[in-house]
Ligand binder design. Structure first.
Ligand code: C2G
Length: 135
């Protein structure tokens, strides 16, 4: 069974690895669509901290991931599911209900997000942290 999932995975953290490992556990192979820089810009009006090449490199180095490709548009999910012959689509529950229309192509599962960790929060913490005084 081939599982497919999508995400930006910017400033990679434990919430990302949790969902990827859980996604992989529903099948025997995990394919991951990593959002392109351009897709992020059009959605959030800013580029990710890490480039799309680096984000794909990080995801493809994970033991639970079998194949990585670039996700160029949010509207292409049906095409990617068909192209990569995925049996199950896994998304975090922040997308709850949004991809139910794909359930005639594959099984659609939403998994609970890992609480208390997000890329946005990490960026804020780093931005507001004070440099250590050298003595
Ligand atoms: N995630 C999670 N727990 C967190 C943070 C993120 O389970 N604390 C999950 C999200 O639910 C998502 C995946 O990790 O399934 C990647 O998160 P993002 O990088 O924020 O991805 P996003 O920008 O939502 O995806 O087609 C979707 C697009 O690629 C955008």
């Amino acid at each position: 069974m081939r599982v497919i999932t999508f995400g930006t995975f910017d400033v990679f953290h434990v919430g990302h690895v949790n969902i990827l490992e859980r996604a992989r556990s529903f099948g025997t192979e995990l394919y991951v669509g990593v959002s392109s820089d351009q897709l992020n810009y059009s959605k959030k009006n800013r580029y990710p901290i890490y480039s799309e090449e680096d984000r794909r490199h990080i995801i493809s180095a994970l033991a639970c991931v079998d194949y990585v490709f670039s996700e160029e548009s949010l509207e292409l999910k049906a095409e990617y599911i068909k192209k990569y012959e995925a049996d199950i689509l896994v998304m975090g529950d922040d997308w709850q209900g949004k991809f139910d229309y794909l359930s005639d192509l594959c099984q659609v599962k939403y998994l609970p997000r890992t609480p208390s960790v997000s890329t946005t929060e990490i960026i804020e913490v780093v931005r507001h942290s004070q440099p250590k005084q050298s003595t």
